[in-house]
Design a protein. Structure first.
Length: 300
């Protein structure tokens, strides 16, 4: 089984002295699981993360090249590529630390420098300790959504007890949404899935001819599995074809373990085998981040 962690912050788990190092080498064989971690999406929270994520992306690209050369030298079949997606954005928890528009300029520069990059992590939060006002959060999210639309990049959204403002923002920007929207660590009720679908796809009676955006959903074990019934119900409402695996972790010592936990939880919730869930969620993540997917059975 080949797995992809669609959302983590492992760059934040590196010490200041860790220049030139990576949090975990890829591909990584997860012990006692029959699974291999092949890729990750590294999510920024603040402009200070941008250069670190840029460096890690280059380091991982080199590792992937070495792995591919080794496979060819061993006359192996097509290798499933290791892939790391850089994601640049400002998280609502840290908006109070940025002022003016210079951070938006830095974000745009990062997106231009990395054509493969997504926008993330951005979003809205009405619960967390002293952060920016909701008005400021919406303003910042709208600006980042606009950049994602302009450069046609997917976006990863954090939303905690702020679905009303999120619906308003999506409605307001309905003609200029990013091509793919990922609701990470989704904690909403299953009915929220229906409401989001209605916004971007239209209703069953009046569907849009072309959906305004494609929605994806992820659930992080450390925060979403506490209310297991709601999480299971939400997973079923979303359906396997739009689910991705994620850890949302900074310290990646527990990352592979959490990825397996998420895989097994999702397989149980959907009454499917872990192999099927691994294959489809990995395909979904490649679709989300617009990554090439090998046309062979190596990922099984």
């Amino acid at each position: 089984m080949r797995l992809f962690d669609a959302h983590n912050h492992v760059h934040l788990g590196l010490s200041a002295a860790a220049s030139g190092k990576v949090p975990i080498k890829l591909p990584f064989v997860i012990p006692d699981s029959g699974a291999t971690l092949m890729g990750m999406a590294l999510q920024s929270t603040h402009p200070r993360d941008f250069p670190v994520i840029s460096r890690l992306t280059r380091e991982y690209a080199g590792m992937g090249h070495i792995a591919a050369v080794a496979a060819r030298n061993n006359a192996a079949d097509d290798i499933f590529p290791t892939q790391v997606v850089p994601c640049f954005g400002v998280h609502p928890w840290f908006l109070h630390e940025v002022e003016g528009n210079s951070w938006l300029e830095e974000l745009e520069e990062a997106l231009v420098a990395h054509p493969e990059a997504a926008v993330g992590e951005i979003g809205l939060d009405s619960v967390r300790y002293p952060i920016a006002s909701m008005e400021r959060q919406v303003e910042a999210m709208d600006a980042q959504l606009e950049l994602a639309y302009r450069y046609q990049r997917p976006v990863s959204i954090h939303c905690v007890h702020a679905y009303g403002p999120l619906f308003t923002s999506i409605s307001k920007n309905i003609s200029s949404l990013p091509p793919r929207i990922y609701l990470h660590a989704f904690g909403g009720h299953p009915s929220v899935v229906d409401q989001l679908d209605g916004l971007v796809k239209g209703t069953k009676k009046q569907p849009f001819k072309i959906p305004r955006s494609e929605l994806f959903f992820g659930f992080a074990p450390f925060c979403n599995f506490r209310n297991s019934k709601k999480t299971r119900d939400a997973m079923r409402r979303v359906g396997l074809d739009r689910l991705v695996l994620e850890t949302d972790l900074e310290n990646y010592e527990k990352g592979p373990e959490d990825l397996i936990l998420g895989l097994e939880f999702m397989a149980d919730a959907l009454d499917l085998s872990p192999n099927v869930v691994a294959r489809i969620t990995t395909q979904n993540t490649h679709r989300l981040y617009n990554l090439p997917f090998p046309n062979n059975d190596q990922f099984l």
